[in-house]
Design a protein around this ligand. Structure first.
Ligand code: GLC
Length: 563
């Protein structure tokens, strides 16, 4: 521990907001900035410290704001810059920090730079994007996440050239190899920092560097585009430069979204000596229930708890002495955490939700909670394509029409995998549309807001998921050892219980988490103790005890202090 330096962004708890779905105040069915401002007291009451706000910039919303057309303007649907300033000052007043989303691998095709770039081959902005002149033939294959044909090169007739887009055709990739582009990005970052923003979450940041000869993808990647995309030749040079030019000049936090980044490469990004980023989100857990490299397809068998433990134990080890990790179970790109990692049946939903909260809040690494998880929001599981809004689901549906995979199977898959599961509106109370809006919401509300999964009902219930969440956040805050302590896995091969200790100076904690629908008993004989004092549990059956034999209810979670 002694090598690790204390930092606010290590000790803070992050609350992620998808603004479109949080709170509407204008009656247009879309959440907005004033809605967030209105709910700041609620957010503060959770005990969290940092808000990560998904993109709120001007955008044609091909990918809900991840396609930016103006980086210094607020999307009119969400409000104005004055609304933003009011939100930020409301946050400062309450001691909350704000982390924005930086989407700089690509822009919208409606951004001025791209509008210019596509006009002519000698336009001043031509070199802001990646172009392949058609007289050279068809460019070497690149795969696109959201393209209806899966092709990342789009032919543009006007200049008889192809442009590169790793995401949708409306999200052309910026050419970071051009120093002008990098300067523009650093200026944008500076603009927001000068306003008082406390950091950035950086969208698909490992993809920014490209080999601009655009060769055939080397054999060793064997069609694994993500790992190819995340290993661009000048990636670390750019991250270091960004750090030196802007990040290091402010007291801010940075967290990269890092698809393709493996354990062996982790410290290259976050070792303090490299002066790049503070943290990143790896994708190992997010791939665990998926079919190999097909990140949007569920695997056919169920994931195993031993696999889940292994991922977290390995990642913890990487950051044990250098760098720092980030802990998350859900975000706007993945389904709801209790549906995915716990159990959302009426019988187990409460314990499973609170058990997962206990997990994130007792691990080393900064915990990130996605809005609504604090009340145990669940997957909506739309059963018709008409209910889906996400370009990812819609375009994959179109793509599948050209294949022999059944569309019914696809819809079944989307019930568990779709990003829209996480994008349904926040469930505030039991009034129409869950108190999110007074008119028709942009995406359907999950109907279980009527049956207890809403803030108002849970605020008044001592036993609720929400109140447990608050207590658990407080527990972490009051026990520094839960933030910085060493982690050690116990019961490695057990498929029902995740058990570990956290040890920090003279403090020693034991955490027991049941991932099982059955009652189970474990013997913790790997650690010796005189007394295990119960600090918190989501079920009342366990008390402090001096024997190593613990009997757990389904999805029970306990945190003990050992002496
Ligand atoms: C990231 C975002 C996702 C977006 C994509 C393209 O993965 O989290 O929502 O669609 O990048 O910007």
């Amino acid at each position: 521990m002694s090598e690790l330096k204390r930092q606010w962004w290590k000790e803070g708890v992050v609350y992620q907001i998808y603004p479109r779905s949080f709170q509407d105040t204008t009656g247009n069915g879309v959440g907005d900035l004033n809605g967030i401002t209105k709910r700041l007291d609620y957010i503060k009451s959770l005990g969290v410290d940092i808000i990560w706000l998904c993109p709120v910039y001007q955008s044609p919303n091909d990918d809900n704001g991840y396609d930016i057309s103006e980086y210094r303007t607020i999307m009119p649907e969400f409000g104005t810059m004055a609304d933003f300033d009011a939100l930020l000052s409301g946050m400062k007043l309450r001691g909350l920090k704000l982390v924005m989303d930086l989407v700089a691998n690509h822009t919208s095709d409606e951004h001025f730079w791209f509008q210019e770039s596509r006009k002519s081959r000698d336009n001043k902005y031509r070199d802001y994007y990646h172009w392949w002149p058609a007289e050279k033939g068809t460019p070497p294959k690149r795969w696109s996440y959201f393209d209806v044909d899966g092709n990342a090169w789009k032919y543009d007739k006007l200049t008889d050239s192809y442009y590169l887009h790793y995401f949708s055709v409306k999200q052309p990739d910026l050419k970071w190899e051009n120093p002008e582009v990098r300067k523009e990005i650093y200026d944008i970052i500076r603009f927001w920092f000068d306003k008082g923003v406390d950091g950035f979450r950086m969208d698909v940041i490992p993809f920014i560097s490209k080999d601009t000869t655009y060769p055939e993808i080397p054999e060793k990647y064997k069609g694994n585009y993500v790992s190819y995309y995340s290993e661009g030749p000048r990636l670390h040079e750019y991250l270091h430069e960004m750090n030196q030019e802007v990040l290091s000049k402010y007291d801010v936090m940075t967290v990269g979204e890092a698809p393709g980044i493996t354990l062996d490469k982790a410290l290259d990004f976050v070792d303090e000596d490299r002066e790049e980023l503070n943290m990143f989100f790896h994708f190992d857990l997010m791939s665990l229930d998926r079919d190999g490299d097909e990140v949007f397809w569920m695997r056919s068998d169920k994931w195993k708890l031993t696999e889940f433990k292994k991922i977290h134990s390995e990642w913890d080890k990487v950051f044990a002495k250098r760098g720092w990790g980030s802990m998350f179970l859900s975000n706007h790109d993945f389904p709801r955490s209790v549906s995915r990692w716990g159990n959302d049946s009426p019988e187990h939903w409460r314990n499973a939700s609170t058990m997962l909260h206990t997990f994130l809040l007792t691990m080393r690494g900064t915990p990130y909670f996605y809005f609504g998880d604090e009340i145990g929001m669940t997957n909506v599981r739309f059963d018709t394509i008409e209910d889906y809004k996400d370009i990812n689901t819609l375009n994959r549906y179109e793509l599948l029409k050209q294949s022999d995979i059944s569309l019914e199977d696809f819809i079944e898959n989307e019930k568990e995998a779709a990003r829209d599961n996480a994008r349904t509106p926040m469930q505030w109370d039991s009034s129409t549309h869950s108190g999110f809006t007074e008119s028709k919401p942009w995406i359907k509300v999950n109907s279980n807001y009527k049956t207890g999964i809403n803030v108002a009902a849970q605020e008044n219930d001592n036993h609720s998921v929400l109140n447990y969440f608050k207590q658990m956040v407080l527990l972490r805050r009051n026990h520094l050892g839960l933030v910085y302590g060493d982690y050690e896995l116990l019961l490695e091969d057990n498929e029902e219980v995740y058990a570990y200790t956290r040890i920090f100076k003279s403090e020693k904690y034991l955490i027991l988490l049941s991932f099982s629908e059955n009652e189970t008993t474990v013997d913790i004989d790997e650690v010796s103790f005189k007394n295990a004092e119960l600090l918190i549990s989501n079920d009342t059956t366990l008390k402090s005890q001096s024997t190593p034999n613990f009997h757990l209810k389904p999805y029970q979670a306990c945190v003990y202090e050992l002496t």
